[in-house]
Design a protein around this ligand. Sequence first.
Ligand code: FDA
Length: 394
Amino acid sequence: MKQYEVVIIGAGAAGLMCAATAARRGRRVALLDNSKKVGKKILMSGGGRCNFTNRIVEPDNYVSANPHFCKSALKRYTQWDFIALVERYQIPYHEREHGQLFCDHSARQILDMLLSECEKAGVSLVTDCEIQTIDYSAGYRLATRQGDYETNSLVVATGGLSIPTMGSSGFGYEIARQFGLKVLPVSAGLVPFTFSDRMKGVTERLSGIALPVAISTGDRTFSEQMLFTHRGLSGPAVLQISNYWQPGDTIRVDLLPGESAHELLGLWKKEHPKGLLKNLLARRLPKKLVVELMSLYWSEWSERTITDMPDQLLKGIADHLNGWLLKPAGTEGYRTAEVTLGGVDTDELSSKTFESKRQPGLFFIGEVMDVTGHLGGFNFQWAWSSGYAAGQYV
Ligand code: FDA
């Protein structure tokens, strides 16, 4: 029987941060992972460059049934704390649009930095360690393929369900249920949309085309690039809005963000009375998209000049351009999702320590709980902040 003051399950972003923080405080820490290689999601993140945080992090960048839950941890370990760590390790980085911070060279540098923090603090990292059972009576007893572990503080950092080939598992949710904690329904987040029927053909024919749009659902709008794919729609604007989309919802795509299509068509009618709508639209939108829009909605006007088109019709066209209503058939699911929405209910946890309110010594950190960030480095920041907060306490 191996005894540790803290046992952490899951050596991903949150688990590594928590382990290093707790061990620096002098705690004896074992960090167990069922994979042979740890931090796989860090390595594949940000196209291999790891978007490790964002210059501006607000609670509003997170989706959770309790929008206030994330505030305390985000305040106690901020993006500046993580940036300071990155700078201490002299990892070169750069800022991209919307404040996103990426490594100049490789995500491996972020993983190596965290592993080095763990090693320096004396964390025992055990890989290829499948956990078979967890029992509790006064303390926790874990039976694993690498022997039994005993601890008073058990931290669950097993992440979400996205990218099953990367070792994702629902194990964290099982542990929560075993100890009577509520788990909110989970679904794929930051994920492309799929379409059926006519729109499927449209997106297939337009695949590879990207354009700036503003996409909305409910009271949320994201202004970024949208990409047509063989299966539907992707690109940053689509991934962002997917966190707020429910099956059956319609999304609204403004193809001319920041511009009144009504005024634009009125201007064209005055300045180019003999112009064809399709040619005029192609000044602002990709030509192939214009062809598809014309054939979907305005085919009978394809060869008529804009002067021929009644004002009422032009108003309808303008409304369409500033608010193309689309109904996704679904999402690509966990296969391509960056994150998992939902998870362990934050009402069950202390927002300061991440300890379960009903089960002493049991902690949940990172993506396994019901806190999901926007695209842009916010999910890693949540892993760092929640990992640090629990690490300070365990
Ligand atoms: P994480 O998934 O990192 O770690 C969980 C760990 O638990 C893994 O090591 C796993 O092997 C282990 N585990 C699972 N089940 C287990 C079991 N039964 N027993 C033992 N161990 C177990 N975010 C961001 O901010 N910027 C970015 O650039 C990106 N890019 C990105 C790209 C792609 C392709 C994906 C899929 C995701 C991102 N993300 C991201 C999201 C980010 O990777 C994610 O939110 C964090 O990794 C979550 O950190 P956790 O530590 O909670 O889980």
